[in-house]
Each structure stands twice: as structure tokens, then as C-alpha cells.
Write a protein of this length. Structure first.
Length: 400
């Protein structure tokens, strides 16, 4: 069962503001909206079905979503910027503002309130036309440009759901999501029967479908939460720690994991992890959930055979007289706390055995400790995600 998006966003906000590894919680995604770095296109239904009041509400929603200090436009000195485009649609689509038009929050305010001041005479509303226009805008102004590594988001505001064949919005939405675009939908359900919300859920990235019938502040918070989640991702070949391993759209944390199939002793594993990515380190297992997730990552590699055996970042620190977890270089190691996973008879005497690995025993994988520089096992590295607190440059497929 998924935790509601709004609750997860609230929890992330609470922890992110005070996050410290010593709190023994896994790092949440950054939640600083002023540091948001995305390319976003608002796709707005301006047919008769939306109504003028509805359009006014949409304009206020868009402006408020980005009014928390988000840097709008592009900058030669600050990469953490968000570009906002605006497309309106009815039976056809119109690009009101491309991704380079708005260069400040004032531009956004003036643009959306001017372009969304009144509905058109059109009675038909085909979302596919708006999505196609957004897809084309991303293709010409975002993909394969200097902002190719910026995540792309469409926010759809729709008053009805219509289309089939070439005008089937599901076809376009699936194509966009397949290329990595996130789709947020907001149902302006004038009929009030909830069907529009259900229909738009088939368009949206799972968990990113909302309704204007909710409290307005809550809708704004949900959209901002979706933007923060979209802006939280991992470099190529790293797995993002999330609530459900099998659901890549489930709530994700601000941590990335990488299984390394080369065998090494514990100390060599520790040193090798430092070279995998900026500030990477041997992985932590603060909880049963994290342990289980890491095991799922290991199992996902077809070449891995049982019994599973891999080093993690727990070792004995004599000066602290305690077991401690690795952290990025320069940060204090974190003492082992509530949850532990020792195999029967472990830990062994720490005078000669002080590095920890996971080793399968029967159907369960437990911790065992061994000498730092003897034995060999594969290992799992960890690093912080790319997010509003941690900008990653275009070389996402390389260490930098």
C-alpha cells in the first residue's frame, strides 16, 4: 500500500530541513523550492468547458506554485533554475510561451494571467493536441541541449477528457513518459462526479494526479511535492532508494545505490566506493527496509548467484569503541543504533575482525564481520541523489 503523496511530501519537508545522518534516518530528497532545476510546461485547457473562473484559478495556481523563490529562466552563473512554458489547447494547441520566454517570476505572473484571462469559443477539448505541442517544445528546446540532463515536467489542467485514434491522449502521454517526462494532471471537474480525475490518472505519472476540488493550498503543495520528486534522481547506473523496489514511481529518498560485481576485501571496497561518484561511500543499512531494498538491488543483477555475499559500510571504530557506518568523506561516521542484523554468533571478536558483509544463510541474509584486509566479496556503494540541495552537471553517466 502506498503512503499518500501529500503525507510523504510533508514528512520529507520535516526531515529535510533538519537532516543529519546522525539522526539515523535515510536522506530525503531536497525540498528547497528556491533551488528547483527543471524544465516545466503548463498545458491548459481553455475551451468553454474550463470556464473563465476556472482559467483564473489555473493562472493563480501556476503563479503560486513557482512563487517560493524559484529562479525562473536560465542563468550563466546559477544552474539551479527552472524554465516554465505555457501551452493552451482546445481543438488545437497554441504555444503561448516557449521555454525561453519567461525570465522571472514577474514574467510568469504577467504571462499566465494575460494568456488565461478568458476562455475561447471552442467547445471541443483534445488534450492530445496540448501534449503533442509540449512534446515538440521539449524536443526543440530541452532534449539534446545544454539542459538535456534537467528533468522535464508537464502540468496538465483539464476540464474534460476526450480523444481517440490520433487524438488519444494516452498514446502521446505514454510516449512522453517513456522518454523520461513526468506528467502531473489537475482535474477541473465541472461535473463534479470524479470521472475526470480517474481518466486523467491514466495520463499522469503514477501518484501525480490531483483535483481542483481539493483544498487549493493542498493542490499547490501536491504539485510542488511532485516537482521536488521529479527533481530528485540518480546518475546513470545507480538505483534510487525508494519505498517499493518494484515500483519506480513510489516515493523515493535522496540516496542512490550501486552494486559492484568486482570482489574486494572490506578496506578495498571502502576505498573503491569513494571513487565511484562524488562523495560516494560504502552503503548504510539503518533499517530492515533499507537492508531488504539493497538485497533487491543485488538480486536484480542476473550474474549474481546464491549465496549472496557483499560488503556494506559498517565497521568497528576503536576510538569510538563502537560499530559505525560510513559517510561521505569529511562527515562524521554514524554509530550503529536501534536495528541490527547480526548472524548467530556474530559479531566476532573485533581485535581481528572489524568490517561487515552481508552473507546469505538459508533464505535470509545476515551481517557477519571479518578482517578488514582479508577475504573478498562484492560490495554496494551509496551516494546522495541529484536534487535541489545537490546539483549534478551534464556528465551524469560519469564520475565527476
Amino acid at each position: 500500500m502506498k503512503t499518500p503523496t501529500c503525507l510523504l511530501v510533508l514528512l520529507a519537508s520535516v526531515y529535510a530541513d533538519v537532516y543529519n545522518p546522525q539522526s539515523y534516518t535515510d536522506r530525503p530528497c531536497g525540498d528547497d523550492l528556491s533551488n528547483l532545476w527543471l524544465d516545466v510546461i503548463a498545458v491548459v485547457d481553455n475551451s468553454q468547458g474550463m470556464t473563465t473562473d476556472g482559467l483564473s484559478s489555473v493562472a493563480a495556481n501556476i503563479a503560486t506554485v513557482f512563487s517560493s523563490g524559484t529562479r525562473i529562466g536560465s542563468s550563466t552563473t546559477e544552474p539551479r533554475t527552472t524554465r516554465v512554458g505555457l501551452i493552451t489547447y482546445n481543438s488545437v494547441a497554441k504555444v503561448n510561451a516557449d521555454l525561453n520566454t519567461f525570465q522571472s517570476i514577474d514574467d510568469v505572473y504577467n504571462g499566465v494571467f494575460n494568456d488565461l484571462s478568458s476562455v475561447t469559443d471552442a467547445t471541443d477539448s483534445y488534450l492530445a493536441t496540448g501534449l503533442e505541442a509540449a512534446n515538440q517544445l521539449f524536443a526543440t528546446q530541452s532534449f539534446n541541449t545544454t539542459r538535456d540532463h534537467y528533468k522535464k515536467v508537464v502540468i496538465v489542467y483539464a476540464s474534460e477528457y476526450k480523444g481517440y485514434g490520433e487524438l488519444d491522449p494516452v498514446r502521446v502521454a505514454d510516449e512522453m513518459k517513456g522518454s523520461g517526462v513526468y506528467i502531473v494532471t489537475v482535474a477541473y471537474d465541472q461535473g463534479g462526479n470524479g470521472q475526470l480525475l480517474k481518466d486523467l490518472a491514466g495520463i499522469a505519472t503514477p501518484g501525480y494526479s490531483f483535483s481542483n476540488t481539493d483544498d487549493s493550498d493542498n493542490v499547490i503543495g501536491e504539485i510542488q511535492g511532485a516537482l521536488l520528486q521529479a527533481n530528485c534522481f540518480c546518475p546513470t547506473d545507480w538505483d534510487q532508494y525508494r519505498v517499493q523496489f518494484t515500483d519506480k514511481n513510489s516515493y523515493h529518498y535522496g540516496l542512490c545505490l550501486q552494486y559492484v560485481s568486482l570482489q574486494a576485501n572490506w578496506l578495498s571496497s571502502k576505498m573503491a566506493c569513494h571513487t565511484r561518484w562524488n562523495n560516494s561511500y560504502l552503503a548504510t543499512e539503518f533499517s530492515q527496509d533499507k537492508h531488504d531494498f539493497i538485497l533487491q538491488v543485488v538480486k536484480s543483477y542476473p550474474e549474481v548467484k546464491q549465496p549472496y555475499k557483499y560488503n556494506v559500510g559498517l565497521s568497528w571504530l576503536s576510538s569510538a569503541n563502537n560499530w559505525v557506518w560510513e559517510q561521505p568523506i569529511g562527515l562524521e561516521q554514524v554509530p550503529l543504533q536501534v536495528w541490527s542484523n547480526w548472524d548467530k554468533g556474530y559479531p566476532k571478536a573485533v581485535t581481528t575482525t572489524s568490517g561487515v558483509l552481508n552473507l546469505q544463510s538459508g533464505s535470509v541474509t545476515y551481517w557477519e564481520n571479518q578482517a578488514l584486509m582479508t577475504g573478498a566479496a562484492n560490495y554496494v556503494c551509496e551516494t546522495y541523489s541529484c536534487d535541489t540541495d545537490n546539483y549534478c552537471d551534464a556528465q551524469l553517466n560519469k564520475k565527476h
